[in-house]
Ligand binder design. Structure first.
Ligand code: TGC
Ligand code: FAD
Length: 391
C-alpha cells in the first residue's frame, strides 16, 4: 500500500473541528468496536442473531447507552460526542448503532423526557448500564410513515389502562425488558411503559431479513394488556411525543451513516492499493481514483454536515427539518458509497469477508426507518414552501 496516502477525513481536517474530549470518546468507542465487535459481526450478520444481552452490558459499560441524557446513570455528554459514538458503532454495523439508538434515543429518551420521577428511577439506571433493554413501538402493519393512522388503542377501565393492538418492525422487541408503546386514547396519542412480562404482551421475532441481520426485529402484540394508571407517560400528549423522540434517533443516524460509509471507503482504498489488474495496482487507474475521490468528497461533506447539526444541537438550536436534511443526505450518500465500494472490491465485494455489501444491505433499512427518504424530502419541502404535501 502507498504509505503517503491520506485518510479521507484528513482532506478537510475533520479532527481539527473536534474537542479533545470528543476525540477521546470517539477513539474509545472505535477501539472497543475494533476489539470486541468487529471480529464477530460478519458471523452475527450471517446467522441473523446477536448476543443482545451481552452486547447491551458491554455497551452499558462503555457508557454509550443514553450517553447524551442527564442524570439517572447517564453520562450527559455533548450531542457531538454522542454522534461520534454512533459513527464508530455504525462503522462496525448499523445493527449495533440501532441497538444504541433505540435504547438511548427512543426508549430512554421517552422516559427521561416524558416520564414520571418513579418511571425514571425505576428504568433509567438499569437501561444505562445495559442490564435492562428497551424498545419503542410506534410503527404498525398499516401505519409506518403516517403514525397518526395508528390503531393501537388504550382505554380506561377504572383507574387501569387496557391496551390492544399490534406494533410492527420493532427493534429489540423480543429481547426487551420494557417497551415504550404509543397508543390512541380518548385524549389523543399517549405513551405507555409496558414491562415485557405483562399478561397479554408478546413480542414474536421477525426473521428472514436481508438487512439489519445483526439486529433483533419483532412485533409487539398487545391483547387486553392491563396496566396500572401510572404506566402512562404523563408529559407526552399527541403525536409530538413520539416525533420528539425520533428527532433524537435521527440525529444519531446522521453521524452513524457516515461511519458505515467510512468503513466501506477505507476497505475499498486498501483493496484497490493491493489488487493488481492488467499488471498494475487497481488504485493507479484514473477510473478508480475518480470513484474514490467522488466518494471521499461526499463522505467529507456528510461529516461536515453532521458536525454542523451537532453543534446546533449542543446550542439547543437544532430544528426537525435540519435533522431531515442530515438524515436524507447522509443515508442517501452512504448507501451510494457502499454500493460503489462494492464495485471496487469486485467479486470479493459480495462476500462477508469485506464490509461493503453488508453495510449497503443494512443501509436499505436505515434509508427506510426513522422516516423514509421520501418523508424527509417532504419535511424539507414543507419547510421550504410552507405547504405540507404528506396527504
Ligand atoms: P404533523 O401534523 O405534522 O405533526 C403532529 C404533531 O407533531 C409535531 N411534530 C413534531 N414534533 C417534534 N418533532 C418532530 N420532528 C415533529 N414533527 C411534527 C407537530 O408540531 C404536531 O404537534 P401538535 O402539538 O400541533 O399536535 O404530523 P403528520 O401526521 O402530518 O406527520 C408528519 C410526518 C409525516 C413528518 C411524521 O409523521 C413522520 O415523521 N413520519 C415518519 C414516521 C417515522 O419516522 N417513524 C419512525 C418509527 S421509529 C423507528 O423507525 C426506529 S428505527 C430503529 C433505529 O432508530 O435504529
Ligand atoms: P410505508 O409508510 O408504507 O411507505 C412505503 C413507501 O411509501 C415508502 O417508500 C414511503 O417513503 C412512501 N410514502 C409514504 N408516504 C408517502 C407520501 N406521502 N408521499 C410519497 N411517498 C410516500 N418502527 C418503530 O416504531 N420502532 C422501531 O424500533 C423500528 N425499527 C425498525 C427496524 C427495521 C430494521 C425496519 C426496517 C423498520 C423499523 N421500524 C421501526 C419501522 C420504520 O420506522 C418504518 O418501516 C418506516 O417508518 C416506514 O414505514 P413503512 O415500512 O410502513 O412504509
Amino acid at each position: 500500500m502507498n504509505t503517503s496516502s491520506v485518510h479521507p477525513f484528513d482532506l478537510v481536517d475533520v479532527d481539527g473541528l473536534l474537542s479533545d474530549e470528543e476525540r477521546e470518546i470517539q477513539r474509545t468507542v472505535r477501539a472497543l468496536g475494533e476489539r470486541e465487535l468487529r471480529p464477530h459481526v460478519a458471523r452475527w450478520f450471517e446467522e441473523g442473531a446477536i448476543p443482545a444481552r451481552e452486547l447491551a452490558r458491554t455497551l452499558g459499560k462503555l457508557g454509550v447507552l443514553g450517553m447524551h441524557l442527564e442524570g439517572y446513570g447517564c453520562a450527559g455528554t455533548s450531542a457531538v460526542a454522542y454522534g461520534l459514538a454512533c459513527l464508530e458503532l455504525e462503522a462496525v454495523d448499523s445493527g449495533l448503532r440501532s441497538l444504541v439508538s433505540v435504547q438511548g434515543s427512543l426508549a430512554m429518551y421517552a422516559i427521561r423526557t416524558y416520564g414520571s420521577e418513579e418511571q425514571k428511577q425505576r428504568w433509567l439506571p438499569g437501561m444505562a448500564a445495559g442490564e435492562s433493554i428497551g424498545c419503542f413501538g410506534l410503527t404498525e402493519p398499516d401505519a409506518g410513515s403516517d403514525p397518526g393512522a395508528m390503531r393501537t388503542n388504550a382505554r380506561r377501565d377504572g383507574s387501569d389502562w387496557i391496551l390492544n393492538g399490534t406494533k410492527m418492525w420493532i427493534t429489540n422487541a423480543s429481547v426487551a425488558d420494557v417497551a415504550v408503546v404509543w397508543a390512541r386514547t380518548e385524549d389523543g396519542v399517549r405513551g405507555f411503559v409496558v414491562p415485557a412480562g405483562t399478561p397479554g404482551f408478546s413480542a414474536p421475532e421477525i426473521r428472514r431479513k436481508l438487512s439489519l441481520r445483526a439486529s433483533v426485529t419483532g412485533e409487539l402484540v398487545l391483547e387486553d394488556v392491563r396496566l396500572p394508571a401510572d404506566a402512562v407517560l404523563p408529559q407526552a400528549r399527541g403525536l409530538s411525543g413520539p416525533l420528539g423522540c425520533l428527532n433524537e434517533a435521527r440525529f444519531g443516524i446522521v453521524f452513524g451513516a457516515i461511519g458505515a460509509a467510512r468503513d466501506c471507503l477505507e476497505a475499498a482504498i486498501s483493496y484497490a492499493s493491493e489488487r493488481t489488474v492488467f499488471g498494475r495496482s487497481l488504485a493507479s487507474y484514473q477510473l478508480t481514483q475518480q470513484k474514490l475521490a467522488d466518494m471521499a468528497v461526499e463522505l467529507d461533506k456528510g461529516m461536515l454536515l453532521a458536525l454542523r447539526l451537532g453543534r446546533l444541537k449542543d446550542e439547543g438550536r437544532l430544528r426537525p427539518e435540519q435533522v431531515s436534511v442530515g438524515k436524507l443526505n447522509n443515508v442517501r450518500e452512504a448507501i451510494a458509497i457502499a454500493r460503489e465500494c462494492r464495485t471496487v472490491l469486485g467479486a470479493n465485494g459480495i462476500t462477508l469477508e469485506y464490509p461493503a455489501l453488508r453495510h449497503a444491505n443494512n443501509l436499505e433499512s436505515v434509508l427506510t426507518y426513522e422516516g423514509t427518504s421520501e418523508v424527509h424530502s417532504l419535511v424539507i419541502g414543507k419547510a421550504l414552501t410552507g405547504e405540507a404535501a404528506f396527504r
